[in-house]
Design a protein around this ligand. Structure first.
Ligand SMILES: [Zn+2]
Length: 477
């Protein structure tokens, strides 16, 4: 069936009036109305843009968060306790609570959650409170006992604050049921579609793999799997919309947890660390070559990035994730070696403004030269934009580009939009099918009430392969 849309349709440069779609693909974009179609959709008052491709998400994890106790936006330890209390009232049958998403750099005053405080309020149930970055969490005594019983820790002393290791494996330790995982997948997908996202690069884990084998998706999913668990991929075969792209490798941690590996110390004297042995890294690179995997290498600090640049043999076409603190020299090397970048514009709005985390924790040089999208785009390095689910909204991320403090961080919003669509498609090798509205491409698009770079723009509808998959509910007047 041929469907003709009339709207103001963004073709990457300007606007066309008509978009013809057949079998989920773009047939043509024209200024004049064609005669040969079966159905007409009038969106004259609206705009049509390619939909978003989030280049770094954790879909199922995010869905679990939506089902879990959500700590986004809390401004005090007291509020964390309140939210957990409320959650327990509604979910009285739960055996444990994982509360996610607090960010102490957004607290009204300086205070620190610890095991003692949690114990005072929650004695009989394991409680884990994980920071927004996912790399650090606070455990109450019951949760620590659970960790010890499962042999994840050796002793029960300390303030209950743990980093990396077990914290990254919470879903493995406190295992959700398959039903919960499916539910998590569904709510996350629905949320993503409502935000105009129709394709993702997913940093998956064993629980996602479990359901990716059977579930039908609307999103196009390209997933990366932890290198340590590569064996679990045995027997995987790509499905129409879920494709295995490669392996995820951590080389360092996060700035939020003081574990991103830097040359110049954090203000508290720490300098982060490289998590992976050189020999392991080399092995992964060989494995990637042997099996045709693309590597998605998490590297946030400049010291971690040097480790990657030194040890990544045949670097062309692999990806570095985040790349927040990098020198001009490193950016030049990334360009020369043909490495792709996957970065998060929302990190600017979250942490890179004056008075925020980067300035509080990092030296001046890093504060003035982080997440330098403007500088990177000038070097013509393939750059995909994603959210890392902090939060997943691309419009929120793109907005950050307008408020960035420094010239090297800034890019025009439309360039950012291209990173969030064409760029993300390019870094997974889908630049001939996704991320653009052009002949032969997937008819994946959003309908907006204003131009994408207008303030307050809303996503009114999302289309995947020519079909509506999200419609904004009419606001009550
Ligand atoms: Zn991530």
């Amino acid at each position: 069936m041929k469907i003709l849309f009339e709207s103001k349709i963004f073709d990457g440069r300007g606007f066309k009036n008509f978009l013809l779609v057949e079998n989920g693909k773009v047939v043509s974009l024209q200024q004049e109305r064609v005669k040969d179609y079966d159905k007409f959709v009038d969106l004259k008052e609206r705009y049509i843009y390619p939909s978003f491709f989030d280049s770094h998400t954790h879909l199922v994890w995010y869905g679990l968060n939506l089902l879990r106790c959500d700590l986004n936006g809390v401004v005090s330890v007291g509020e964390i306790i309140e939210r957990i209390d409320e959650y327990l009232k509604v979910n009285s049958d739960t055996n444990f609570v994982i509360a996610e998403g607090y960010d102490e750099t957004k607290f009204e005053k300086e205070e620190k959650l610890n095991r003692k405080i949690l114990d005072r309020h929650f004695k009989n149930i394991p409680i884990v409170v994980r920071r927004v970055c996912g790399h650090i969490a606070v455990f109450n005594s019951e949760a620590l006992k659970f960790l010890k019983r499962s042999n994840y820790i050796e002793d029960l002393k300390g303030d209950g604050i743990l980093k990396e290791g077990v914290v990254l494996k919470l879903n493995k330790i406190f295992k959700p049921s398959k039903d919960e995982l499916i539910k998590a997948f569904r709510v996350a997908q629905e949320k993503f579609l409502s935000l105009g996202i129709t394709s993702i690069s997913d940093m998956a884990t064993f629980d996602s793999l479990e359901i990716y084998k059977g579930i039908d998706t609307i999103l196009d999913i390209f997933f990366y799997y932890p290198w340590e668990n590569e064996k679990e991929l045995t027997g995987w075969s790509d499905r129409k919309k879920i494709k295995l792209k490669g392996l995820k490798v951590f080389t360092d941690g996060s700035i939020g947890a003081y574990t991103a590996a830097l040359y110049n110390n954090y203000k508290n004297g720490l300098k982060g660390k490289i998590f992976i042995k050189k020999s392991d890294f080399k092995k992964i690179v060989l494995k990637a070559k042997e099996k045709g995997y693309q590597l998605a290498i998490h590297s946030i600090g400049d010291r971690a990035t040097d480790f990657v640049l030194e040890n990544l043999d045949e670097p062309k076409g692999h990806r570095i994730e985040h790349f927040e603190i990098a020198s001009k020299g490193q950016i030049k090397k990334v360009q020369e070696k043909g490495i792709y970048l996957s970065m998060q514009p929302n990190f600017i709005g979250n942490w890179a403004l004056k008075g925020q985390m980067y300035e509080k924790r990092l030296n001046k040089k890093y504060f003035e030269f982080n997440n330098v999208f403007g500088y990177i785009l000038k070097k013509r390095i393939p750059l995909g934009f994603g959210s890392d689910c902090m939060p997943p909204s691309p419009l929120y991320g793109l907005n950050s580009l307008n408020i960035a403090e420094f010239e090297d961080q800034r890019i025009p919003l439309l360039d950012g939009f291209r990173c969030y669509t064409e760029g993300s498609a390019e870094i997974v090798g889908e630049e001939k099918r996704l991320g653009k509205l052009s002949k032969g491409f997937n008819a994946d698009f959003i309908v907006t009430d204003k131009k994408i770079d207008d303030i307050g723009v809303k996503i009114v509808e999302t289309y995947k392969e020519g079909k509506v998959v999200f419609k904004l509910k009419k606001e009550r007047v």
